[in-house]
Design a protein around this ligand. Sequence first.
Ligand SMILES: *Cc1c(COP(=O)(O)O)cnc(C)c1O
Length: 367
Amino acid sequence: MTSIWDLASPQLRSLAVYEPGKPIEETARELGIHPAEIVKLASNENPLGPSPKAIEAMRSALDNAHLYPDGSGFYLCKAVAAKLGLKPQNVILGNGSNEIIEFLGHAFVNPGDDVITCQYAFIVYKLLATAFGVRTIETPTPDYQQNLDATLRAITAKTRLIFIPNPNNPTGTLVSQGAIDHFMSLVPDKVIVIFDEAYFEFLDDPPDTLRFVREGRNVIVLRTFSKIHGLAGLRIGYAVAPSDIIEVLHKTRQPFNINSIAQAGALAALGDEGHLRETKRVMDEGRAYLQEQFAEMRIPFVPAVANFVMVNVGDGCAVFQELLRRKIIVRPLKGYGLPEWVRISVGTMKENKKLIAALREVLWEHR
Ligand SMILES: *Cc1c(COP(=O)(O)O)cnc(C)c1O
């Protein structure tokens, strides 16, 4: 008997499936309770929800749901470009910024090539590289801090892409402007550097990587509407890069990869400065509270800069399960090779307090 695996691409045999944060609905079914009782702090979503302006724009867009969307996302690309001081030809939209990572696989790698990222980096880079038959080199990160000198040393003749998540998810650590500038002065031009800035808008003093795009370097900056903009369910993100790179990426995408509702919602969300400011304020306050509580409880954590904190609870899976029984979903990190850790998204103050109360109970029982 032949197995289907004899017919499938060989690299798929060892490919793990991406494990998302446990969904609210699934948890509610398992516990036999109403979804509204559950606090989800597992996927770095915006606990305030979408911008009311985005909801209104999406409602209006429904009337035209029978029409195909604008394939190039003209108005949204224009608005993103204007906000960043670039041209629309420097922007491409993706069905989530994750789809753009897939574009990169189609556009720039072949089986046998390699890509570089850091240990504990966002797992999607490696999953996609593996799917494309490409090796992922992971540079060690003592103290969870990315070391771009190690990245430079890891470059081989086959290196095509370097992924720099900044800040990284799940560790939450940031690479400084100085380290980035030094790295960019030494990285060979034949390698494309991707700065994944999904959490850019949460940073107080964000490094500037768009300057490399303006200079025409082989640099791609990824941003998303899934995090601070509160539109994770719509699946929409974008890449900013020199126009020749964007031109290549357009050839790899499906004609209508971004639906019309998402385009309308994202356009309105982009302009809602009030919602962005309020979200950042709630995140700053909640992150400070959580870190203060972790310190008081003597739980080791990696100092955070975005809307999530990685904490060492001893047995990540056990604590995940115990919190789940208390109707709180966090993210265990065993799949990242961090079995002692969980990642906790910052919620509203009410949610944060529930989490801390439950965590105190759980860790007390485990003593
Ligand atoms: C959440 C996240 C993204 C966003 O992915 P989308 O496909 O835009 O939802 C990208 N990169 C990192 C590092 C993330 O944590």
